[in-house]
Design a protein around this ligand. Structure first.
Ligand code: 5CA
Length: 157
């Protein structure tokens, strides 16, 4: 049985991405925790969030600094309404638990929407499938790897 982090590492390797998975003794469960562990800004942490778009699961790769604007996501997905998936749905759809949901390696292939604010950075950090691992990746590579639609998803304060 492959561990969650091994599953993510295998997907990255198969895509030709030479990512080093960083494992920490402390939590990277939240964007804030992950930023502190890595020594980077919260904005450079990728949140991998499952939403239900008219009931169908989609993946949002958001910036740790932003809240996802539901109306913007609904417009991008071409649906009437979006709701955040609950913990059980997240586990069912991705095969990973909240706090360690990675952007790739899911049980099912989801449409992916990537917050364009992430594109401003040379490197961002996403979960590697567990609550104490992350991996660095160029946002352009992340978008390619996930076949993401890059779009403005930021909720304006
Ligand atoms: N490992 C970190 C950084 S990569 C991480 O996974 N961050 S995260 O933001 O993608 O995951 C935490 C997110 O899970 C929270 O932003 C929140 O949207 C969601 N979440 C936390 N608890 C629940 C819950 N009970 N039900 C649904 N979603 C939840």
């Amino acid at each position: 049985m492959m561990s969650a982090a091994e599953r993510v590492a295998a997907v990255l390797r198969q895509a030709g991405i030479d990512a080093q998975i960083l494992e920490f003794p402390q939590s990277t469960r939240t964007a804030r925790d992950a930023a502190a562990a890595v020594g980077t800004t919260v904005a450079q942490i990728v949140k991998s969030l499952v939403f239900l778009a008219d009931g169908r699961p989609v993946l949002v790769l958001g910036s740790g600094a932003n809240r996802v604007d539901g109306a913007k996501l609904a417009a991008a997905a071409g649906v009437g309404r979006v709701d955040k998936a609950d913990a059980e749905v997240v586990r069912d759809v991705t095969g990973f638990a909240i706090g360690g949901v990675p952007p790739v390696g899911h049980r099912s292939t989801l449409p992916v929407y990537l917050d364009r604010d992430l594109m401003a950075f040379d490197v961002v950090y996403a979960s590697a499938g567990t609550p104490n691992t992350v991996f660095p990746i160029a946002p352009r590579e992340l978008a390619r790897l996930t076949a993401a639609t890059v779009v403005d998803l930021r909720e304006d304060a």
